[in-house]
Design a protein around this ligand. Structure first.
Ligand code: GCU
Length: 452
């Protein structure tokens, strides 16, 4: 599928995206591809509702029209209907967790099981081998830094079901003059078609890759939609479809976020074989839907050393129990349910947010003791709920402390542009909109403490 179609399909299924408005004009072929994908998505969503025995779902909130009867809430007095969060350090049998050993051996596995079953789905145990091919190595210059650029493709072993072919696309930039393996930050990359412009332009200045290369680090981009499409129609294809031999998911099967995170782990396998990379110092970064994926990757993959989770919002670092901006019901709808386990849909009818056995503070806690930076924008980024993500990070602090690390160091949301980077959990809200750029310098300062 062309790059254009990837992003098109990514955008068109959104309930509240301003991205669509930025798209160049479409051809009739593209229109019919969209229609087909939407039909297939709706059928797959309905099939999952049938499996769950759900007759009716509560609708999501409207993020683009404040006058709508179901307009998204942006009133803090109404934002916390369920202030009591599931406890990190209490076992399901009621016993308190007081030692790191009990966290690792008893409590953490309980939390993982709930996220697997109810939230992101179970990754199959026997995922196939990936054969990495270096497609090209070339010299380039980024800013003023002579840079080695590698293009890679990971060929996924599909001998179990040859009808589905899966390739992972990855690229890597490292300083050409490096004398030893370098730390690398890997981003889950969006694919934009020619002529496409991000709705809100981030301030100009050196891009994240240039900032990293100037420090002597490397930058990688993994293309998640190369191995798992960003829509429900794609659930019978890609790595999820391959594992299910082209059949539909069961309610606790993995969703797209978990599959994207799987691909990030496979990229890390490759880095372990590349002499230019210090695979002990690889960070993961993603923005928005890919911020969610980056947090899932960090939680489930202990080899990632640090993470920058940008504007991840609902389904990412934001508390599901918060009523602000996007909510559970939006993610359970046909446009986004594919990110999650089918079981997650239950919490948009018949169950409610407070029935969720875990919440996002516990996803962050699964990353402990490794450093996590959570970022967001300000006004143009309200949909992702900066405060709800800050609250989750603050509530993850007790696990970091149990493991001898430091949380955010405060329970009070700081004013915009304040850097909270002295602990092992970090937070900053930049003054702009829905983009990751302005928080990169802060994240790099945070990461450098660990990569020295
Ligand atoms: C939509 C969606 C968000 C998502 C965002 C994005 O706004 O509701 O959950 O993070 O798209 O990926 O840009």
């Amino acid at each position: 599928m062309s790059a254009f179609n990837h992003i098109l399909l990514g955008c068109l299924l959104l309930s509240s995206s301003s991205l669509l408005a930025q798209m160049p004009a479409r051809t009739p072929e593209q229109d019919s591809l969209i229609a087909r994908t939407q039909r297939k998505t709706r059928a797959d969503h309905q099939h999952m509702l049938d499996q769950l025995g759900i007759k009716e779902l509560r609708p999501g909130v409207n993020g683009s029209n404040p006058q709508a009867p179901n307009a998204a809430n942006y009133d803090e007095t109404k934002a916390n209907p369920f202030p009591k969060l599931p406890e990190n350090l209490t076992l399901k049998n009621g016993q308190k967790v007081k030692t790191a050993k009990d966290w690792w051996n008893r409590r953490r596995p309980e939390i993982v099981e709930e996220f697997d079953r109810e939230i992101y789905g179970r990754m199959p145990a026997n995922t196939p081998k990936v054969q990495w091919e270096v497609v090209s190595v070339s010299d380039t210059v980024i800013g003023a830094v002579p840079t080695k650029m590698k293009k890679l493709v990971g060929h996924v072993d599909n001998s179990s079901y040859p009808d589905i072919k899966v390739d992972i696309q990855l690229s890597l930039l490292t300083p050409a003059q490096a004398t030893q393996p370098v730390p690398v930050m890997m981003e889950f990359g969006f694919v934009f078609p020619p002529g496409f412009r991000m709705p809100a332009q981030a301030p100009t200045g050196p891009g994240w890759q240039q900032q990293l290369l100037e420090k002597g680090w490397g930058a990688a981009v993994l293309l998640p939609t190369s191995f798992q499409a960003d829509n429900g129609a794609g659930l019978t294809e890609g790595i999820i479809g391959l594992m299910n031999k082209g059949q539909r998911r069961k309610p606790d099967d993995w969703g797209t976020l978990r599959a994207w995170a799987w691909g990030a782990s496979r990229a890390l396998d490759y880095f372990e074989t590349d002499k230019d990379v210090n695979a002990k110092k690889v960070g993961i970064e993603g923005h928005s839907r890919f911020g969610k994926a980056a947090l899932v990757a960090m939680a489930y993959e202990p080899r990632f050393a640090v993470a920058y989770i940008s504007s991840s919002g609902e389904g990412g670092a934001k508390l599901h129990r918060r009523n602000w901006g996007e909510v559970v019901e939006n993610v359970a709808a046909a446009s986004e349910y594919h990110w999650m386990a089918g079981n997650f849909i239950k919490y948009a009818g018949p169950l409610g947010w407070n029935d969720l056995p875990v919440d996002s503070h516990q996803l962050i806690a699964l990353c402990a003791p490794r450093p996590v930076f959570i970022g967001n924008g300000d006004k143009g980024d309200a949909w992702a709920d900066a405060r709800g993500m800050f609250m989750a990070a603050a509530a993850a602090g007790n696990v970091y402390e149990l493991l001898g690390k430091k949380g955010l160091g405060t329970q009070e949301l700081p004013v915009v542009e304040t850097e909270l980077i002295n602990g092992d959990l970090a937070f900053r809200q930049h003054a702009g909109g829905h983009y990751p750029g302005p928080n990169w310098p802060t994240f790099i300062r945070f990461a450098e403490r660990y990569f020295k």
